[in-house]
Design a protein around this ligand. Structure first.
Ligand code: MN
Length: 239
């Protein structure tokens, strides 16, 4: 693995968010990369460590689910991203730049999908925490109350977006200009392609919940919102 490239590219989110996924220290001292260095075919992008143990979210999300979701699905997106990016002009871009640069390009679909899924999943793991739910930090709560009326209404909108996403996708709390919005995206799509700033997300692909909840997506989403959602992460992502 070319660790110098990884250091530079792992700056996925804001500094605060990066600290949560443990990359701030590496990002703070990027090593120069030779302009002539060949694209690293294997391991240019790293699978970030989970921000908690694989059983930390149990029983809302079991270690069994995390084992497949992180260890198989997320890993596969990162592995396929590294294959798709090798030898292309996108090899020296950061993830979010790859996402916005490849969106809508018919010949870059695999790269876009895997880059967006790699980004979305790291963001999802950080959107959850053991002992989550409850009340958002004051600065975020005030914004939520201004734009949704109450935290309860915001959670209802998130639950409705998650339930209303037909097929695979994501429910998001985003900042769009000065306002907070709930939105949903299909498949790998990211709010980044709409110029929105993601604050938190809930994965509603079946692989996120089927082992624990079978077809009951609404039960999974309700439990996540009540018991796992990481409002502190969302507050740290405010622009
Ligand atoms: Mn997923």
């Amino acid at each position: 693995m070319d660790s110098s490239k990884t250091s530079r590219r792992d700056v996925l989110f804001s500094a605060a968010a990066s600290a949560l996924i443990g990359v701030a220290a590496r990002a703070a001292s990027p090593a120069p990369v030779a302009a002539t260095a060949p694209a690293d075919a294997a391991g240019a992008f790293a699978l970030p460590p989970l921000p908690y143990a694989d059983n930390a979210l149990d029983p809302v999300i079991s270690a069994h689910t995390i084992g497949f979701h992180y260890g198989k699905h997320h890993k596969a997106y990162v592995d396929n991203l590294n294959k798709a990016v090798a030898g292309t002009p996108f090899a020296d871009m950061g993830l979010s730049q790859i996402i916005t640069s490849t969106y809508g390009k018919a010949d870059q679909t695999a790269l876009y999908n895997n880059a967006a899924q790699a980004w979305n999943h790291t963001f999802y793991w950080n959107s959850l925490r053991k002992g989550g739910g409850g009340e958002p930090p004051a600065a975020l709560r005030q914004k939520i109350e201004a734009d949704f009326g109450s935290v309860e209404n915001c959670k209802k909108e998130l639950a409705a977006a998650a339930a209303g996403q037909f097929g695979s996708g994501w429910a998001w709390l985003v900042q769009d200009g000065g306002k907070l919005l709930v939105t949903k995206t299909a498949n790998a799509d990211s709010p980044l392609i709409k110029g929105q700033r993601p604050l938190l997300t809930i994965d509603v692909w079946e692989h996120a919940y089927y082992l624990d909840y079978q077809n009951l997506r609404a039960s999974y989403v309700a439990a996540v919102l009540d018991k796992l959602i990481n409002w502190g992460f969302a507050a740290d992502n405010l622009g």
